[in-house]
Structures are given as structure tokens and as C-alpha cells.
Design a protein around this ligand. Structure first.
Ligand code: AP5
Ligand code: ZN
Length: 212
């Protein structure tokens, strides 16, 4: 899943994961989980995430590659937030090639910068099950409380406006070049992400089914 911060990658990847029965592998979620558990990886990642900068490639690549070797990825996986640099994309391609595997599709969720800022300002996440809400677009039934598990909803510290601006800058500088990379590989599918979640998901499912 490719797209700017707040484009809806996590929301859509989770739905796709449920539909296809494949694991959703989010580099951001793995970093946040490590931070919650106070691991050295989490503490290292925090220094970058708090500024909206990318965690160094070597750390990120090793972490995701290790995750992809676990048994639940045997039939494939949905990558959310990785790769994010050309070096990450290149490492992933080479690792998959070694395993006789490949990237099937790269959906690019296209959303305006204004929508991104609005979405991230209103995003709330469940501390317990990571379910995603938005105070306006998809509010929970009870304010501050997860519909699915009753967990506490919180606001990510990197969703603060100054950090969001830097994340967008970093996206255009370091991640946007992947659009050309995957277009050249014939796997890019552009999806208008500025629509209701269900409509975006319907297009995504068509795009993924077309891959075979
Ligand atoms: P990460 O966690 O990956 O954050 P991100 O890419 O900035 O993306 P987000 O999670 O903010 O947004 P999203 O596109 O998933 O949108 P969402 O579905 O939540 O990365 C965080 C940090 O970790 C990075 O800054 C970096 O430091 C580090 N990191 C991670 N991966 C890395 C890598 N590969 N290399 C190096 N460093 C890495 O939706 C947003 C909001 O909008 C929600 O409230 C949702 O409810 C709402 N929403 C979603 N879809 C819609 C819709 N269609 N209409 C209305 N509202 C919607
Ligand atoms: Zn929950």
C-alpha cells in the first residue's frame, strides 16, 4: 500500500487483510508496538517518529524481512507503510526474488494534502486493538472508547500539525519516487482515496483480484 501519511493505508490494509485472510504488516505498527514494550528498537525508532522522519533503512529493512519469514506470510502478505524508500524497495524485490516470490500489486492511494491534514488531526486509535477512528468521519459510539474491544482511544503524538507537515515533506522527498519505480515494474494501480472508505475498498479489491 503506497500513499501519503493519512491516505488511508492502514484502514484499507486492515479491511483487505480480513477479506483475503492475509496478514497486514505495518512497519509503523511494529515500531509502535516495540515502543509500547520499551524495546531498544522501539526507543531508537521513537527518535525518528517523533520528528516525522524515517527510521534508518538498515533497521527497517531487517525488521520487515524478519517479519516476512514467519509462517503466517507463507501465502503472502499486505505491506502497509513499507517500502518507503528506493533502498527499501530494492531490498524487498531482491529478497522476494530469492524466495521465488514477487510483489503482486502496488495500490497508490491518492489523497489531497488538505484531506491528509484533516484526517490526521481527527484520527483516534485504540490502545488495545489498534482499530482506527476519526472524530468526524468514523466516530466511535462512545467518545474515547473502542467499539470493538472497549479499549481507550488515543491520538498519535506524530499527528500534531507540525509533525504532520514534516511527514508530508518526507513523503514527497523520499517515498514519492516509488510511484515511478513501481509504474516501471508494471504493478502500480492508482486509486482515488478521496472517497468513502467502502468505495476505496471496492476498487482495491478489484485491483487485487486482477492480479493473478
Ligand atoms: P506509519 O504508521 O506508517 O504512518 P504513515 O505512513 O504516516 O501513515 P498513517 O498511519 O499516518 O496513515 P494511513 O495512510 O495508514 O491512514 P489511516 O488509515 O490511519 O509510520 C509512522 C512513522 O514510522 C513514520 O513517520 C516513520 O518515522 C516510521 N516508519 C514507518 N514505516 C517506515 C519505513 N518503511 N521506513 C522508515 N520509517 C518508517 O487513516 C488516517 C485517518 O483518516 C483515520 O482517522 C481514518 O479513520 C481516516 N480515514 C481513512 N480513510 C478515510 C476515508 N476514505 N475517508 C475519511 N476518513 C478516512
Ligand atoms: Zn479496540
Amino acid at each position: 500500500m503506497l500513499g501519503a501519511p493519512g491516505a488511508g493505508k492502514g484502514t484499507q490494509a486492515r479491511l483487505l487483510s480480513e477479506m483475503l485472510g492475509l496478514p497486514q504488516i505495518s512497519s509503523g505498527d511494529i515500531f509502535r508496538e516495540n515502543l509500547k514494550n520499551g524495546t531498544p528498537l522501539g526507543l531508537l525508532a521513537q527518535q525518528y517518529m517523533d520528528r516525522g522522519a524515517l527510521v534508518p533503512d538498515d533497521v527497517t529493512i531487517n525488521m520487515v524481512m524478519e517479519r516476512l519469514t514467519r509462517p503466517d506470510c507463507g501465502r503472502g502478505a499486505i505491506l502497509d507503510g513499507f517500502p518507503r524508500t528506493l533502498a527499501q524497495a530494492d531490498s524487498l524485490d531482491r529478497a522476494l526474488l530469492d524466495q521465488g516470490s514477487r510483489i503482486g500489486r502496488v495500490p497508490l492511494l491518492e489523497v489531497s494534502d488538505e484531506a491528509v491534514v484533516e484526517r490526521l488531526a481527527g484520527r483516534r486509535v485504540c490502545r488495545n486493538c489498534q482499530a482506527m477512528y476519526h472524530v468526524v468521519f468514523s466516530p466511535p459510539a462512545v467518545e474515547g472508547c473502542c467499539d470493538k474491544c472497549g479499549g481507550e482511544l488515543y491520538q498519535r503524538s506524530d499527528d500534531e500539525p507540525d509533525t504532520v507537515r514534516n511527514r508530508l515533506f518526507v513523503y514527497y522527498k523520499q517515498t514519492a519516487p516509488l510511484v515511478g519505480y513501481y509504474f516501471a515494474h508494471g504493478v502500480l494501480v492508482r486509486i482515488d482515496g478521496d472517497r468513502p472508505v467502502e468505495e476505496v475498498q471496492a476498487d482495491l479489491q478489484v485491483a487485487v483480484r486482477a492480479e493473478a
